[in-house]
Design a protein around this ligand. Sequence first.
Ligand SMILES: Cc1cc2nc3c(=O)[nH]c(=O)nc-3n(C[C@H](O)[C@H](O)[C@H](O)COP(=O)(O)OP(=O)(O)OC[C@H]3O[C@@H](n4cnc5c(N)ncnc54)[C@H](O)[C@@H]3O)c2cc1C
Length: 408
Amino acid sequence: MAHAIVTGGGIVGLNVALALQSKGFSVTLIEPEAVRTGASYGNAGHVAIEQVEPLASMAMVRSAWRRLYPRGALGLPAKAVGHWLPFSLGLLKAASPQRFARGKAALSALIAQAMPAWQRRVVDIGAPDLLRQDGHYVVWETPASAAAGLKSWQSSDTGDARFHVVTEDELSELRRITTANIAGAIRFENTGQIADPARLLATMEAKFAERGGRVLRERVARVGDGVVVLTGGETLIADAVVVSAGVRSKPLLEALGARVPIVAERGYHIQSKAHGWPDGLPPVVFEDRSMIVTGFEGGLRAASFVEFAGVDDPPDAGKWSKLRKHVTALGLPFGPVEDAATWIGARPTFPDYLPAIGRLKDKLWYAFGHQHLGLTLGPVTGEIVADMIDSGESPMAFSLQRFGEHFQ
Ligand SMILES: Cc1cc2nc3c(=O)[nH]c(=O)nc-3n(C[C@H](O)[C@H](O)[C@H](O)COP(=O)(O)OP(=O)(O)OC[C@H]3O[C@@H](n4cnc5c(N)ncnc54)[C@H](O)[C@@H]3O)c2cc1C
């Protein structure tokens, strides 16, 4: 039986590991955290099949100054200029109309498979209730932002996702969770939510182990062609090695000469256990505040911010304060905000806002860089990687070759 090693067990690595098992591989998953604390845990739980347009666009570039922190959610800390400046230059290039059109075609094709792949995955792990396909709301608080926001969604490509302006019943549902003025709102109908990211990750890993998968609570120091070296020095050999360590994939692959211009696009959340969010209410995006609020089994979570910085730079506590202020200003049923748990984590983001999925060497593959869409794209990515390794053929659309030097 062929043996595969998967390096990193976030939402992407776990999906790769399960998909490889279903192709008949014996799989070892190397993941240091028994209970995950990274992006795959701290995200907003939204299966965002409406986001088929890469964020690297001229519209995004033009609106950047308006979105700057503290007015908006875009954090470019002065100390982190060495991280965000090269990234911004790369983004500018990637936002050209030709590259945007190419990226959109590639991302749309991937997103079109995202929900069916999720449906297969939750059935496969015996937990269909983890996926809710009940849409989400987008809310605006002023007539001007409501008119502009609605127009913007109406002129955007949202792939297979459908939405409508909220009905009176839906408006009443929203009025139960906020005391703020709702000047306008739309309801996406067929986007999704994961009921609880922590339960999802635990269930996937348990299923993987139940099927004979081996989990090593170790950290990978180096990878090579069919080789993994752990930080303790032990060397493991496999027929296929997959690097899926999120933003920390960069040093592993750059050591082999690959160009990996990824940045830590850090997000923040606060989460309250005791709250009054109605059961089953889908996520609500407060677009004027760039904040999404999601009711999970583990608590009510408000998430925001795109802060470009070093992955291990200290957090900016002002961003949690801002989240508390938003929650209070909206009168959300959050419980005492000062008691809410705080979290920071990094989206793994390339300047063109496309993932990296491909092959670096004969027995070395990679899957990371899913930016704002890693939860959405985890299952389809797993299936693609397992197909690539099984067939030996790697599609070019998401190859690291788009950034230059590449070795195989
Ligand atoms: C605030 C916020 C909200 C978000 N909301 C959404 C959303 O609603 N919908 C959506 O689709 N996406 C969302 N995202 C994005 C999504 O969370 C990420 O794209 C996704 O979690 C990335 O998954 P990953 O498995 O690639 O990386 P990670 O979750 O970072 O997992 C990588 C894993 O690799 C392990 N690892 C690291 N280094 C090593 C090593 N050397 N050896 C072994 N293991 C290692 C880590 O321990 C970790 O468990 C959000 C992100 C943030 C920050």
